[in-house]
Design a protein around this ligand. Sequence first.
Ligand SMILES: [Zn+2]
Ligand SMILES: [Zn+2]
Length: 400
Amino acid sequence: MVLTVSLRDEIDEWLPELVETRRDFHRHPELGLEEVRTSGIVADRLRAIGFEDVRTGLAVTGVKAVLRGGRPGKTLLLRADMDALPIEEQNDVEYRSTVAGTMHACGHDGHTAILLSAARMLYARRDEIPGTIVFCFQPAEEGRGGARRMIEDGVLEDPAVDAAIGLHVMSDVPVGNAVAVDGPTLSGAHGFSVKVQGSGGHGAMPHKTVDALLIAAEIVTTLQTLVAREVNPQQAAVISIGTLHAGGTAANIIADSATLSGTVRWFDAEVGDYLAERIPALIEGIAASLRGSAEVEYRRGGRPTVNDPTVAATVREALAEVVGADKVLTGPPIMASEDFSEFTHRLPSTFFFVGSRDEASGIVAEHHHPRFDIDERCLPLGVEMMTRAALHWLESNAEN
Ligand SMILES: [Zn+2]
Ligand SMILES: [Zn+2]
């Protein structure tokens, strides 16, 4: 077995560099497809570790590195995302973002630092590794199709990848715990925008108008009946309206038009397909029944992230070695979405979560919040989890 009890000592040796790498990324956040500095550092570090096969420029700013082990075996992809968010940081910390209006508010700075350290650990063991590891540092997880672009640019080919593992820090889970679910772990996401057209007029003469505001209000409330009455109650679905604009100039003017937009989440593909059909139909029907009209722009976004139970079981063994079996949770799934789903859709894969919350030091803000931060004790845990997960999976799929 390639695993040694000294793994943790070895990580601790590099701990200051691991923390400083994460803080450096945190100070210099870059938005999706603009991760020029970040990916430059990633490629330089990989080459400094000794990687000979480092490819840059996939998906504009993505990096792929290939580690060929000394023994025959399968090919495993390990993934980190590198992008930040358009949020002004409100944390008062030494490593606060130096870029106005941009912040690592999802923890991708930590993911990139963790995977770089895991790459170092695995490189040091390359002679004993049965198979090949592809390190995938992807851009633009937060909405600009980073994973899909990496796949289009060949991250799953040459060598052909057999399975994928990724991680995410998790602000809901106390540091020292981990989560690896069987089956759906994150939801699929669709979005839609609606323009309602009525016919405005005097507030005192509604019979001469078609009230776009009233139509929009009907749409907002009646959409919820899709979840309440048309989706199997044993299956989860969410429809949330995030914006609604109508009227706006005076209390006695009936709105001529209205706009609204929303998001749709689900786990089962059939539920997603059903809602994609029913939401536009229901909106158009409501508008027509009230003598107006509605134009619906429906966007099919990411798929659910669905873990392969066999890979997940192997990952859980690795997580248990790091934090103990009682600290490895198996659920519940979360209604957020991730483009790691592009990998789970194509390959047996697992996406696991590393707890990063610490009530005592006030690190409790949600992801995408201007006060989001991670308890940095999750970093070495993440490195050991990723390293052990990779070694476990390759060993359990070794050819001899
Ligand atoms: Zn995010
Ligand atoms: Zn994220």
